[in-house]
Design a protein around this ligand. Structure first.
Ligand code: SF4
Length: 543
């Protein structure tokens, strides 16, 4: 058995090819993509959040608190952790467990809590881990032992969290330091108010599997992939384009390889590409040659077979867009508003940008923004949302009074809807905040138009359906060459002075320009879709 491969918890949710590449000596010196700004920001934010939680826990348990310094070399961290655990320390923060060459595991965990003579792992994450409801097993940070059922929270399933915990449970078991009984682990989420405990032996996964069983199967697979790579045997994982590729350091290697082989995953993602390849159809050209009206060689999960074939043909011709239908239709109205909301992670929606156009209703046309520049979460978000809602309601009312039709547009309504409903719920009773029923009336009124859905119905998009990809076809360009949703997160951090720096007013202006451009882009897109120019886009049936 090769004992040189040691894997941490991340491998079980990571691309198999990436696991291969990370252990393949033949590519050890290959240059990789630098960490993108978004990933770097997420890592920094997660570290800040972990420190915040650690300080809060330490304040509750000053006499029982022990930390293993992250600055120590790994072997010293391991021995310091082991000494604390063998000494029965009640809480150990930042521990690194002994690697287990036999099983191929290594890793650490944010917190180890002594419980019934052993230790329970607790991870700290920067996402929500519960929703309103009941049934979660929680305990307070002041007493993070196992307690009963929470009457106010239900668990938000986070498979990645459970798999991370399972990894640590196996490491603790190998060291003889796990709490006996059912495999259990805790998560402290974004709110940092409770520990949510997961029964990792419960059959809550598809097929009645437990998190432990799922973890064991995935880990065994990744271990085989890594060991085959390390010993330069036949690779057990090949590249296939997936969402993870966007931020993967190995894309400079995989991207050209996929393009060179004209791999079918360039137009299909995930399971469909894997299934087609398994059926012997591995190239875009092979897919493009099939009859779109025929039977698919394998059942398709992500899109219809017809669309898949036509997308492959569009890709062959390097077309960003093709028309599904000869005539393009998009809802239009006398009075029109383009809306774009900006949020910061799970913390709040800090900006509602609106572009009013069309018939005169006695209100200034053009762009206006409803914003709070107090860092979210803040009660001031209620004020800015109420102002947005009052303005939108006024526009609707004036249009109705004049007998004019009205429509409001967004690009992918999920985000806007989520924050409208969330604001109605979070700020219920505050001045000007609509009820959830009022929000529901608006989003289901027929006046709220999701242009993303319209684009999806009218076009096949070989390079994605993001607004930044599609709007240039309508001749629209953003003022800021770095405009992107991901970058806007970084700008927001600076704009409100997260992390203690003074607020950067130039970044506020940058965000407003970016938001104004986003609503300008949706307007340009629908004007173009209503024009004759849209007929310059090739029709799918002609490919
Ligand atoms: S670029 Fe994509 S296929 Fe290649 S290792 Fe990364 S995630 Fe996997």
């Amino acid at each position: 058995m090769d004992s040189t491969v040691l894997l941490d918890a991340a491998v079980v949710t990571r691309c198999r090819r990436r696991v291969h590449l990370e252990h393949d000596p033949a590519v050890a010196g290959t240059s990789r993509a630098a960490l993108d700004a978004t990933t770097a920001r997420r890592i920094a934010d997660a570290a800040t959040h972990r420190r915040f939680v650690a300080d809060r826990l330490a304040a509750y348990h000053p006499a029982d608190w022990a930390e293993v310094s992250p600055g120590l070399p790994a072997d010293q961290r391991c021995s310091a952790t082991l000494a604390l655990l063998l000494g029965g320390a009640p809480f150990v923060w930042g521990g690194l467990l002994l690697a287990d060459p036999e099983s191929g595991r290594r890793g650490g965990v944010e917190l180890l809590v002594r419980h019934h003579g052993g230790y329970l792992p607790v991870i700290v994450v920067r996402h929500k881990v519960t929703d309103p409801g009941s049934g979660a097993r929680t305990s307070s940070l002041a007493q993070p032992g196992l307690v009963g059922t929470d009457p106010k929270r239900k668990v938000r399933p986070q498979s990645r969290d459970q798999l991370r915990l399972a990894h640590v449970v196996r490491l603790l078991q190998a060291a003889g330091l796990a709490t006996r009984g059912r495999a259990t682990g805790g998560v402290i989420g974004l709110e940092a108010d409770v520990v949510v405990w997961h029964d990792l032996d419960a059959p809550t996964w598809p097929g009645g599997r437990s998190a432990m069983a799922e973890y064991d199967a995935r880990f065994a697979d990744r271990l085989a992939v890594a060991r085959a790579a390390a010993t330069e045997e036949e690779p057990l994982a090949q590249p296939s384009r997936i969402t993870e590729c966007r931020s993967c350091p190995w894309w400079p290697l995989c991207g050209p390889a996929l393009r060179a082989s004209r791999d079918v995953s360039l137009v299909l993602r995930g399971e469909d590409a894997v299934a087609l390849r398994a059926a012997g159809l591995s190239t875009v050209d092979g897919l493009a040659a099939l009859d779109p009206a025929g039977d698919p060689p394998v059942p398709m999960a992500g899109m219809s077979f017809r669309d898949a074939v036509l997308l492959a043909r569009a890709w062959q011709r390097d077309l960003t867009l093709v028309r599904r239908n000869r005539r393009i239709t998009v809802p239009r109205a006398d009075v029109e508003v383009d809306v774009d909301m900006e949020s910061f992670d799970e913390s709040g929606a800090y900006l509602w940008g609106c572009l009013l156009s069309g018939s005169d209703i006695g209100m200034p046309s053009g762009y206006r923004a409803f914003a709070t520049w107090e860092p979210v979460p803040t009660p001031d978000e209620a004020r800015s949302f109420a102002a947005f809602w009052a303005w939108l309601t006024e526009v609707r009312a004036r249009a109705a009074q004049r007998g004019l039709s009205f429509a409001a547009y967004c690009y992918n309504e999920q985000a806007e809807n989520r924050w409208m409903f969330s604001s109605a719920e979070r700020f219920a009773g505050a001045p000007g905040i609509p009820t959830a029923a009022a929000v529901q009336e608006f989003v289901s009124s027929g006046q709220w138009v999701d242009l993303y859905a319209v684009v999806s119905a009218e076009f096949l998009c070989a390079h994605g359906k993001g607004l930044k990809t599609i709007a240039p076809a309508a001749g629209f360009g953003w003022h800021d060459p770095e405009a992107s949703g991901e970058n806007s997160m970084r700008w927001y951090s600076d704009a409100v002075g997260l992390g203690g720096a003074p607020p950067d007013l130039t970044q506020r202006a940058r965000l407003l320009t970016y938001n104004a451009d986003d609503v300008g882009a949706t307007r340009a897109l629908r004007l173009w879709m209503s024009s004759e120019q849209v007929n310059d886009v090739p029709y799918a049936g002609d490919l």
